[in-house]
Design a protein around this ligand. Structure first.
Ligand code: AMP
Length: 586
């Protein structure tokens, strides 16, 4: 908490979606948030209707809903009406294939229009949408599709051959494969041509009047600390997607919104598809992976006004310094937010220097389905804090009492588990077929998030670490985030991950894995210098005893550092489920 607060400046509170936090919290009810949406006759509610078809009766019908930028820079545009037609075609196609309500439709696609059409068309048809990261290999695919009982898979021929064909005999429930981008003789005989089938389908479809509690989305969590689970979300979740998009991202209909997350991760669905569309904004989708120059160009050329990204990308931009940013006109960019991992205070302060405005960190997880705690536009930012609970969200730091009860800790600054009062619409309704695992997440009227946090006297929440990643050293509870943030303040450090390793005296001691900035070479002198800096910043009880240099850190596909993997390797323990591992450490 050593960084100075960043005051709210230059914002017209009248134009902000959340300008009077206290009042909004007091007045807010989820019923009022529900009333912002249309609904369907008879109390039905369908995400696809709220995201697309609702706009057709308004001038937004002809507005740009989705701009897709291919790797080769070619652009494909969809107005709300065109998106309505394409998704209707897909829903008709599913109906033709005999897909029933609640059947599961999986995608294994890169970020391309078919993925967005399939997602929303599936929901229109009353079926359940489950996106897979396109980089998954056969085992993660079969594990998720098997568990989720996938009936339909939308993929490409190349992905099918590499990732599905080897495991197809283990997927007896998979009845239909739709291949995007055409098919050759190498495709299985029963696979259908997605584009041809879509073209042959009618552009009208009456959206299935799903009940608010009907399953809509199935998200397999990124599993930074364990085996992936299937989190079940229902159509009612759209109430939260919509209103949290307003509160936490300040989405307005005239915004050009870019969420850089892949829909294979919950962020890329809740905020990379649903929230921008329910709010009538224009959303940008880029097929390519991170590339700083490309990203600045997209921000400039597409006149992005609201940008939602993740700490990994922000840290990569930081490595390049502020200079490259100066070459772009980013004057349309008015709000920047970050999610997925703790955003180091250093990164927030840097963003003010680089962009003239801070990144606004917000916190949520697959299970919460939507943003719960946020630095909203009109608040004073305390760098390193996740912000405050959104209206409608009751959050607390809790501990277990001696008799095993879960109770909020009143004292400011105390570390405990972050808990939420159940009842928000996008809360997961189950872990698919794992009721015990689900029930374990709830106690004494709280949902327990598995994260440790602190709440300060002014109600700001501060992330400490995943409960499983926290280090216990000589009686101190050490949050990896605090140590990693201090390491990042050193001029040579680009990023770091810390774990606890066993120590006969202290119980555990802190070990740090450090990636250096471009142009910095590992050396004994630098190691000592970083150790010395950490010791000064953190004190001897908390600072790392050991530092090793890596050129990269192991991450999940959603960009989270896998500390458990570093630890397993360190201790020679089984590495566990690695299906979500994207890049490995060296
Ligand atoms: P996932 O369900 O894969 O999105 O992972 C959710 C987890 O990511 C949370 O429980 C946190 O541990 C972490 N996380 C997400 N956002 C933040 C944030 N803003 N600050 C700190 N940790 C975060």
């Amino acid at each position: 908490m050593s960084f100075a607060p960043i005051p709210k400046t230059g914002i017209d509170p009248g134009a902000a979606r959340l300008s009077d936090y206290g009042r909004a919290r007091q007045d807010f009810t989820w019923a009022k948030a529900r009333a912002l949406l249309d609904g369907l006759p008879g109390g039905a509610l369908n995400i696809a209707h709220e995201a697309i078809d609702r706009h057709l009766a308004t001038p937004r019908a002809e507005k740009l809903a989705l701009r897709f930028i291919a790797k080769n820079d070619s652009v494909e545009d969809f107005t709300y009406r065109q998106l309505a037609q394409q998704t209707a075609r897909f829903a008709n196609l599913l109906r033709r294939l005999g897909v029933q309500r609640a059947d599961r439709v999986f995608t294994l696609l890169g970020r391309q229009p078919a993925l967005y059409v399939a997602a929303l068309g599936t929901l229109k048809a009353g079926a359940v949408f489950s996106p897979l990261f396109s980089a998954f290999g056969p085992e993660p695919v079969v594990a998720r599709m098997g568990k989720g009982d996938g009936r339909v898979l939308v993929t490409t021929e190349a992905f099918y051959i590499r990732k599905v064909a080897p495991v197809r005999d283990r997927l007896p429930g998979l009845k239909h494969v739709l291949l995007v981008g055409g098919r050759t003789a190498k495709a299985p005989p029963d696979a259908l041509d997605f584009d041809a089938e879509l073209a042959a389908s009618a552009v009208d479809f009456e959206t299935v009047p799903t009940r608010p509690e009907d399953m809509a989305l199935l998200h397999f969590t990124s599993g930074t600390t364990g085996k992936p689970k299937g989190a079940v979300h229902v159509h009612e979740a759209v109430v939260a997607h919509n209103v949290t998009g307003q509160f936490a991202l300040d989405l307005h209909p005239d915004d050009v919104f870019w969420c850089t997350a892949d829909p294979g991760w919950v962020t890329g669905t809740s905020y990379g598809i649903i929230a921008p569309l329910t709010n009538g904004a224009t959303m940008i989708v880029d097929e390519a992976e991170f590339d700083a120059e490309r990203w600045f160009r997209i921000l400039q050329e597409q006149k992005v006004s609201v940008w939602y990204t993740a700490p990994t990308a922000i840290r990569m931009l930081m490595k390049l310094g502020v200079e490259p940013i100066k070459h772009y006109d980013l004057s349309r960019l008015r709000f920047m937010a970050s999610v997925g991992e703790p955003l180091n205070p250093e990164a927030v302060v840097w963003s003010v220097k680089a962009f003239g405005r801070p990144f606004h960190d917000n916190w949520w997880q697959t299970e919460t389905g939507g943003i719960m705690i946020a630095n909203y536009l009109t608040m004073e930012i305390r760098p390193g804090s996740m912000g405050k609970p959104l209206p409608g969200v009751e959050a607390a730091v809790v501990s277990k009492t001696a008799d095993g009860r879960v109770e909020p800790i009143a004292e400011a600054g105390a570390v405990g588990e972050l808990a939420l009062r159940p009842g928000w619409p996008s809360m997961f309704r189950a872990y698919l077929d794992e009721p015990e695992r689900y029930n374990k997440c709830f106690a004494d009227g709280w949902y327990l998030t598995g994260d440790l946090a602190q709440r300060d006297a002014d109600g700001y929440f501060w992330f400490v670490g995943r409960a499983d990643d926290v280090i216990k050293s000589a009686g101190h509870l050490i949050g990896p985030f605090e140590v990693e943030s201090a390491l990042m303040e050193h001029a040579a450090v680009a990023e770091s991950a810390v774990i606890g390793t066993p120590d006969p005296v202290a119980g555990e001691i802190v070990k740090a894995f450090v990636v250096l900035k471009a142009g910095r070479e590992p050396s004994e002198a630098l190691r000592k210098d970083i150790l010395g800096h950490a010791r000064l910043r953190l004190g001897p009880a908390v600072s790392p005893r050991e530092i090793v240099f890596h050129t990269s850190l192991p991450r999940t596909r959603s960009g989270k550092i896998m500390r458990r993997l570093l630890k397993a390797r360190e201790l020679g323990l089984p590495e566990g489920d690695l299906s979500t591992l994207e890049s490995d450490s060296r």
